[in-house]
Design a protein around this ligand. Structure first.
Ligand code: FMN
Length: 196
């Protein structure tokens, strides 16, 4: 089993990084392979809508030559992709949005021979978010988009957790929060049934 963790926060020791630490610990303890990719360290241009990715089957085939290559490879080699992000303006941060748009290349939509092929079929998606507003409000748009995207990409949506930032990083270290992320980590590692 392999997990690809796409980390969308610009802060290496911020709320989101702190929140996902128990997941990283569990993966290490269980000897589960994982990539931890901090997207702000990568050069990922926005999709330019050239549709060149739709002219090839079986590979992403994106025409932009940048660090998205590493992310394509990580996602393709993983069983579970975890999208971890602070909510910025009701959505994920900009580099993660670029990853989502560029993930269009995983789906082959226009060639009749491979109509609706998804190179990610059968993999699982999970979302971990932090936000300043009430979680139901802060996470709503991104969660809805990710559920739709997951269906579109023919992946299984494990679920999402969101934790609210009221007092900063200490909010993400409490026993209650650690238990929530540990429980979610068990689902990511397929140790428990999906809860949503
Ligand atoms: C530019 C910016 C936009 C934000 N937009 C929202 C928002 O729309 N909704 C929300 O609930 N919180 C919003 N927040 C709050 C962050 O999501 C929250 O503080 C988060 O925990 C920061 O995580 P980090 O320390 O990993 O960066 C915003 C913060 C910033 C800096």
């Amino acid at each position: 089993m392999k997990v690809s963790i796409l980390m969308g926060s610009p802060k290496k020791e911020g709320n989101t990084a702190t929140l996902i630490k128990p997941l990283l610990e569990k993966l290490k303890n269980e000897n589960i392979k994982f990539d931890y990719i901090t997207l702000y360290d990568k050069k990922i241009k926005g999709c330019i809508g050239c549709y060149n990715c739709q002219k090839v089957n079986n590979i992403p085939g994106c025409s932009i030559d940048d660090d998205m290559k590493d992310i394509y490879n990580s996602m393709l080699s993983a069983d579970v992709v975890v999208f971890a992000t602070p909510i910025y303006t009701w959505f994920c941060t900009a580099p993660m949005k670029a990853v989502l748009d560029r993930s269009f290349a995983f789906g082959k939509h226009y060639d009749k021979a491979s109509y609706n092929q998804s190179l990610l079929e059968g993999k699982k998606y999970a979302v971990i978010g932090t936000c300043g507003d009430e979680v139901a409000i802060g996470m709503e748009s991104f969660e809805t988009a990710m559920k739709n995207l997951s269906k579109y990409a023919k992946t299984e949506y494990i679920g999402s957790i969101g934790i609210r930032d009221i007092n900063g990083v200490e909010d993400f270290k409490t026993k209650e929060v650690v238990e929530i992320i540990e429980e979610f980590s068990n689902q990511i590692m397929n140790k428990k049934k999906t809860w949503r």
